[in-house]
Ligand binder design. Structure first.
Ligand SMILES: Cc1ncc(COP(=O)(O)O)c(C=O)c1O
Length: 379
């Protein structure tokens, strides 16, 4: 009997996200920008932050940007500036990162969940009517994974009920909806610059985008202890000031955002092309008129957990965003929800899997990921 030849070939790890390769490409520019802040010795609310506010507002087509300490703060302060108080209800999808809900809870308001569309994972506008209550004060939409929510019917509903729409644009900077950038369509667009985002800082940072001068002024005051002028406070606020080092880093990265976005879109097209031949996988949908920026490339498969283990055993990283919908989180047990209340969110939580996606991803890595997915589905 002849023994099987032993192969020494070890496939390389395919990371879900590789931030080092981005730093290797732009490290020189970043260090110059950080050095500029050091030389200025101004570390909060300075020239870099103001310039970033202008540059991002311009990119998204809004009049004002207000730099903050995080995306969570952007949601809290936008909701507060839109008039949400303790005891109010706020409509939002249950399939999102917990920050969308905890921002509502931080104000003492109650999250009222609205199920998602099973094809886009975003809030289903057709469900708004049956969830709205006499206490509803705002709607938060999330542009999950980099795809805009279905805004036309949502904005029409909001208008007829005189409700502000707050866009949780943490994952979709640069995306657009019928030619208009996400973050510019509601009363306020909330941006997160968490390091792993498409435009990520090297620490925490965030921003509110808005066309309302009044809202922008109120958030500027709230981010700095409610001071409308120096040492004169008119209401209780926070410290949510934007850090100058982060702003300087973000300005460097902003110059590269559109080319990184094109790279993500081209990787998505390659994944789509290869996955379309494999039954049992639902690739992400990008409806006509929606520009997806693929913060995540998220597929849907029935045996998701087994596929994730199979990929991991073959050194391919993947992540589940998010395994527990908000209404079933212990945080919200007092709301009394049960399994079955929001079936599309629950099913998505069991079936979604985000595959490796970052601008520097290589074609052969995508091919390897798809090869292993196909191998698994044939098992
Ligand atoms: C959908 C969503 N909302 C809100 C946030 C909160 O942003 P941050 O982490 O900057 O507070 C994040 C990201 O972390 C997010 O993905």
């Amino acid at each position: 009997m002849t023994s099987q030849p032993q192969t020494s070939f070890q496939p390389e790890t395919v990371p879900q996200l590789d931030m080092s390769s981005q730093y290797a490409a732009i490290g020189g520019e970043i260090r110059t920008a950080v050095e500029r802040v050091m030389a200025s010795q101004q570390f909060v609310l300075g020239r870099e932050g103001m310039a970033l506010e202008e540059e991002l507002a311009k990119l998204c087509g809004v009049a004002h940007g207000v730099g903050l300490a995080s995306g969570t703060d952007a949601l809290i302060l936008a909701l507060r500036a839109c008039g949400v108080h303790a005891g109010d209800d706020v409509l939002l999808p249950p399939f999102t990162f917990v920050a969308t809900g905890s921002a509502v809870s931080a104000l003492g308001a109650k999250p009222v969940f609205v199920d998602i569309r099973p094809d886009t994972y975003n809030i289903n506008p057709a469900e708004l009517e049956r969830r709205v209550t006499p206490r509803t004060r705002a709607i938060v939409v999330v542009h999950l994974y980099g795809l805009a929510a279905d805004l036309d019917p949502i904005l029409a509903f909001a208008k007829s009920h005189k409700l502000p729409v707050i866009e949780d644009n943490a994952q979709a900077i640069g995306a657009s909806h019928k030619g208009r950038r996400t973050g510019s369509l509601g009363e306020a667009g909330c941006v997160s610059f968490y390091p792993t985002k498409n435009l990520g800082a090297y620490g925490d940072a965030g921003m509110v985008l808005t066309n309302s001068a009044e809202l922008a002024a109120r958030i500027r005051s709230l981010r700095n202890h409610g001071q409308a002028e120096k040492y004169l406070s008119s209401e209780p606020g926070w410290n949510s000031r934007l850090d100058e080092i982060q702003a300087a880093i973000l300005r460097v990265k902003l110059r590269h955002l559109s080319s990184w976005q094109r790279a993500r879109q081209s990787h998505a097209a390659e994944y789509h092309r290869l996955l379309s031949a494999i039954p049992g996988v639902m690739p992400p949908l990008a409806p006509e008129g929606f520009e997806h920026v693929y913060h995540q490339y998220t597929i849907r498969v029935e045996k998701r957990d087994a596929l994730q283990r199979y990929l991991a055993d073959r050194k391919i990283e993947s992540t589940v965003y998010y395994p527990y919908p908000l209404h079933l989180q212990p945080l919200y047990s007092a709301l009394g929800h049960q399994a079955g209340d929001f079936p599309h969110a629950e099913r998505a939580a069991q079936e979604v899997l985000s595959l490796p996606m970052y601008p520097e991803l290589r074609k052969e890595q995508i091919a390897r990921v798809v090869e292993v997915v196909a191998e698994f589905l044939k098992c």
